[in-house]
Structure formats: structure tokens, C-alpha cells
Design a protein around this ligand. Structure first.
Ligand code: ATP
Length: 291
């Protein structure tokens, strides 16, 4: 399904904006939403899911406007995993997904088959009798994905599915989402640029409620060619000026020099231009770390 977000704003209160006039096109495949805390990722995902109303703007799915008349029907094509997802700890893995399938109106053999398929997709079929309270954090996250895909939605929206899980689990969750995408649309939010670089065809960078970039990872990297520098500064040099004038991606002391990777339009002293990475591009787009 193709999603079009048109001039969406969300004002929570007089002073608090979640989003400011965000327009975005999302095609089938995995789309990564990246931005620091408070950038507006959750707000955007909740609006696309139809569980939060925008203050202004429109969302279209395959050309159909989401409004009070179409919302319920469009929501049947959406699966959503919020950042915090609570299951009853005394339920078993199977019971939890069976319950989610019931909520989607499934019955009998169909429900049984879909429940089993969802658990297989997230590799929890062998744990199906386990109680939820016995699951690890990563397993709970995978169970959350299973409840979001049990009705095989065309659009899957997952809010920070890889936060706080170990690297192996992160890669596994990433792969599951890529596999699920196939011809479907998966929107995933993250703080982790590596997740986006590895699994997303499309990427949108949000910062302070505004869209800073939309396109491919390759396009994002290309956009910052010529602004990434590696400096090797003599230890006697006052490097604080460079830190204040450039966006610093990394810095470390060597025996004889201070090595910096910085972003800026002009070459800093003692520097050579280097090829940008996705992390450089992201840092450039959000204007560096908050000071
Ligand atoms: N219910 C609310 N009431 C008031 N302000 C809110 C509410 N929800 C979000 N906000 C504000 O809207 C902005 C965007 O928040 P949002 O949760 O969408 O960001 P986020 O990118 O998902 O952040 P995080 O990565 O920390 O989850 C923030 O400034 C936040 O404080």
C-alpha cells in the first residue's frame, strides 16, 4: 500500500508541537523513520495508524483519504506495535496471539492457522506454551510483532522495535521486518542509524517535528559528500575552536595527535576529505548533537 501524508501538523498544547507541516510519500518496502527523542516519530506513526487525530493535514492510503468515515475500514489493513506494549503476564504466547486474532474477528481453523503462522514468522512457535512472564525482552518484542501481523496487514507500523535488545535480537527483528515487507509496507522508527542503513529502502529524518529529509539512504549519503573531514590535530593546538565551529561525529586522542571526524562546508586545518557514511549524513541533517 502506498501512503501519502500531506501537510500534517499536530499541536498538543499552546506550546507543544508534535509535528509541523510534514508531507511524506511512503512506498511498499521498509521505510525507516529516524530522529532524536521528541522528534515526532511516535506522533507521526500514531496519526498514520489512525489512533491519533492530526490538528491539520491529510493521510491517504492507496489514494483513499483517512477520515471519520473510512478510518475503521482502513485500520483493518494496519498492524501497529507501540513502543510500550503490555501483555497479561500469565497468558501463554499462544493464548496472547489467539486473543489478538479474536480481536480481529477470526474464528475456528482460520484463527488457529493464522496464529500459528504469525508465531512462526517471529520464530516463537517453539515457545508457544511459555508464559509471557518467562520471556526475555527481545522475545516480548517479537511477540508484539506477532500480534501486529496476525491479521496480515498491508501496512505494519512498529515504534522502536530494536531499542534495548541485544545485537543478535536486533538483527533478527530487523530481518523479520524486511521479510514481512515483501510487497507490503513496513514503517519502523528507530534511534539506531545502523538499523535504517541495513534494512530500509526509504528513510525519513525528523527533527523537532519537521521533516529534514526523505529519500533513499544512498541519496542521503550523497547529499553530504564534500562536508565530511578527518583531522589530525597536533596536541599543542587549541582544538576547541574546531569543536565549536563544526559538527563533531567522533573524537579520540592518539599518542601524537587529536583525531576528529567533523562535518562542515569548509575544510578545517590539518584535515582530509573522507567519504560520508549514513551516520555522518544523519548528523548533518539534524545539525549535530544538542549542546
Ligand atoms: N500527549 C502529549 N502531550 C503533549 N506533548 C506531547 C505528547 N506526546 C508527545 N508530545 C510532544 O511532541 C513532541 C514529539 O513527541 P514524539 O513522542 O512524537 O517524539 P518521538 O520522536 O517519538 O520521541 P522518542 O524517540 O523519545 O519516542 C515532543 O516534544 C513531545 O514532548
Amino acid at each position: 500500500m502506498h501512503i501519502r501524508v500531506e501537510q500534517i501538523s499536530k499541536q498538543y498544547s499552546k506550546k507543544s508541537y508534535g509535528l509541523k507541516e510534514v508531507s511524506l510519500e511512503i512506498q511498499p518496502g521498509v521505510c525507516g523513520l529516524i530522529g532524536r527523542n521528541g522528534a515526532g516519530k511516535t506522533t507521526l506513526m500514531r496519526i498514520i495508524s489512525g489512533i491519533l487525530e492530526a490538528s491539520s493535514g491529510k493521510v491517504y492510503m492507496d489514494g483513499r483519504l483517512m477520515d471519520s468515515k473510512t478510518r475503521k475500514q482502513l485500520q483493518q489493513s494496519i498492524g501497529y506495535l507501540p513502543q510500550e506494549f503490555g501483555f497479561y503476564p500469565q497468558l501463554s504466547v499462544l493464548e496472547a496471539i489467539d486473543y489478538a486474532a479474536t480481536l480481529h474477528g477470526m474464528k475456528g481453523e482460520t484463527k488457529k492457522a493464522k496464529t500459528r503462522e504469525a508465531l512462526e514468522k517471529v520464530h516463537l512457535d517453539v515457545q508457544s506454551r511459555k508464559k509471557i512472564r518467562e520471556l526475555s525482552g527481545g522475545m516480548k518484542r517479537r511477540l508484539g510483532i506477532a500480534q501486529a501481523i496476525v491479521h496480515e496487514p498491508d501496512i505494519l507500523i512498529v515504534d522502536e522495535p530494536t531499542t534495548g535488545v541485544d545485537p543478535e535480537e536486533r538483527i533478527s527483528i530487523r530481518n523479520m521486518l524486511t521479510e514481512y515487507a515483501g510487497h507490503k509496507t513496513v514503517i519502523l522508527s528507530t534511534h539506531i542509524i545502523e538499523d535504517i542503513a541495513q534494512s530500509c529502502k526509504q528513510v525519513a529524518v525528523l527533527d523537532q517535528g519537521m521533516l529534514k529529509y526523505q529519500g533513499t539512504i544512498a541519496g542521503m549519503i550523497k547529499a553530504v559528500s564534500g562536508v565530511v573531514w578527518e583531522c589530525s590535530l597536533p596536541l599543542s593546538m587549541d582544538y576547541k575552536r574546531i569543536l565549536s565551529e563544526y559538527i563533531t561525529v567522533s573524537s579520540h586522542y592518539m599518542e601524537d595527535a587529536m583525531k576528529l571526524r567533523v562535518l562542515g562546508e569548509e575544510a578545517p586545518p590539518h584535515s582530509v576529505p573522507v567519504a560520508p557514511t549514513a551516520e555522518d549524513a544523519y548528523m548533518w541533517m539534524i545539525g549535530g548533537l544538542t549542546k
